[in-house]
Design a binder for this molecule. Structure first.
Ligand code: NIG
Ligand code: FE
Length: 428
């Protein structure tokens, strides 16, 4: 349960051992710059009107004349020597589903792989009946529970996809469930239509007809109802072809929606033609081709890596983060929270996986889950770093050194969240 406390116009976070400001331009960090997290020791942050007013050395901040004469008006959090950083941004999740997929889980333990499970009627399609049978209220409760679990672990912004309804009504219902949950959650939710997640059973052998329905009916209605900021498509073997994916992204642009795509999870896609549709992100990127990495290094599209899926599917290989980063491609990280491949709400666990399995440094992983994740959602002007004027979304972790956030895995060390300048009570 998250309790909103009474709003206070001014909030001071004091006695911070390490403050990670992620200072710098509001653009994605690339190459060596990904390591720059703007660490300030013995720091404090002053928030007002939901924004950051000042973030820096505590000694300097406490000398501020305005603060000295108005200290009594200011609510204070004693951070007791803990680490403070921008609220984490989970830029890729699928939270609208009715229940876990335990049959698939056990099949995989028995040796079946993702594609075999999908071919036998499991995978994405096995979550569809649950969503179609659930009411909007039931789904929104599940979404809110997931959002709260994310907040408990340091996340203040979440991108949330539909994609298990796969009819006009059920995709709308899923997006409405996201909107209903978002209204009850202190953080910010970015909704995405993922009707092109997989071809539903009733369209078996008629994938093009389904794509036409997505483009001609679902996207226009979702745009008209303002239920999504983005349209996503799963472009891979067993889902949608490159050509079909391009049609979906083109329809999104025609209706003034942003685009993003699941690509290269199991098989390589040609990213050049998809880039024509100006996607904010390409997500997964396990088998991206070297020539496409160079394209990303020259552009603004962010590569969102999802190591939770590799972990849960039991893959030995993880996305080649080092190659992408070292080539200058902008890289972000997210949970991919979903019932089939990554049932975790935990961004700190993703930070751990990025360090242990993808050889990212803790500093790089933190930049990839803050400023670069903000860029993946095109919110970098408001989110992802602690600059004066940006949204006052902050996470306090019970650690003395920021590297511990990625070090203590499966241990929730987030003790305090501030969202839009207000303390939100955590259950811990
Ligand atoms: O990102 N790759 C496609 N879709 C999701 C979820 C898949 C599922 O529900 O099984 C993913 O892994
Ligand atoms: Fe996904």
């Amino acid at each position: 349960m998250i309790n909103k406390t009474r709003p206070s116009p001014y909030l001071l976070l004091a006695n911070i051992s390490q403050l990670l400001t992620l200072h710098g331009e509001n653009t994605p960090r690339r190459g060596r710059d990904l390591h720059e997290i703007g660490l300030i020791k013995d720091a404090a942050v002053l928030c007002g009107g939901g924004k950051i007013l000042a973030a820096g050395s505590q000694r300097e901040l406490l000398r501020d004349p305005w603060l000295r004469s108005n200290r009594r008006k200011v609510q204070e959090i004693d951070c007791e020597g803990n680490v403070v950083l921008p609220g984490l941004i989970d830029c890729h999740t699928h939270p609208v589903f009715a229940g876990p997929r335990l049959v698939d889980f056990e099949k995989r333990i028995g040796g079946a792989d993702y594609e075999e499970i999908a071919a036998a009627g499991g995978g994405i399609r096995s979550s569809v009946a649950g969503v179609r049978g659930a009411s909007r209220g039931e789904l929104s409760k599940k979404v809110l529970a997931a959002l709260n679990a994310m907040l408990e672990q340091g996340t203040s912004v979440v991108e949330a996809k539909s994609g298990y309804g796969l009819t006009l009504e059920d995709e709308i219902k899923s997006l409405e469930a996201i909107r209903d949950a978002a209204r009850q959650w202190p953080g910010e939710v970015v909704p995405t239509l993922l009707a092109a997640h997989v071809v539903p059973q009733e369209y078996a052998g008629k994938a093009d007809d389904y794509v036409k329905k997505v483009c001609d009916q679902m996207i226009p209605l979702v745009a008209k109802k303002k239920l999504a900021k983005y349209v996503d498509v799963f472009c891979d073997r067993g889902a949608f072809t490159q050509e079909q994916s391009e049609k979906v992204l083109a329809a999104a642009r025609k209706h003034n929606l942003g685009t993003r795509a699941h690509v290269c999870q199991f098989t390589a896609a040609k990213l050049g033609p998809l880039l024509e549709h100006q996607p904010a992100s390409f997500d997964h990127m396990d088998c991206v081709q070297p020539e496409d990495i160079l394209l990303l290094a020259r552009g603004e599209t962010v590569a969102v890596l999802l190591p939770g899926a590799n972990y849960f599917l039991g893959h030995k290989e993880f996305p080649d983060a080092r190659r992408l980063i070292d080539a200058g491609a902008p890289v972000a990280l997210a949970t991919d929270y979903n019932p089939g491949t990554s049932p975790t709400p935990s961004m700190p666990f993703v930070l751990s996986l990025a360090c242990t399995h993808m050889k990212m440094t803790p500093a790089e992983a933190i930049a990839a889950t803050t400023i670069n994740a903000a860029c993946a959602l095109q919110m970098q002007d408001r989110k992802g770093s602690l600059k004066t004027g940006k949204d006052a979304d902050l996470a306090v972790f019970d650690v003395k050194d920021y590297r511990e956030i990625a070090y203590w895995f499966a241990w929730d060390r987030c003790v305090e969240m501030v969202v839009a300048g207000r303390i939100v009570g955590l259950d811990t």
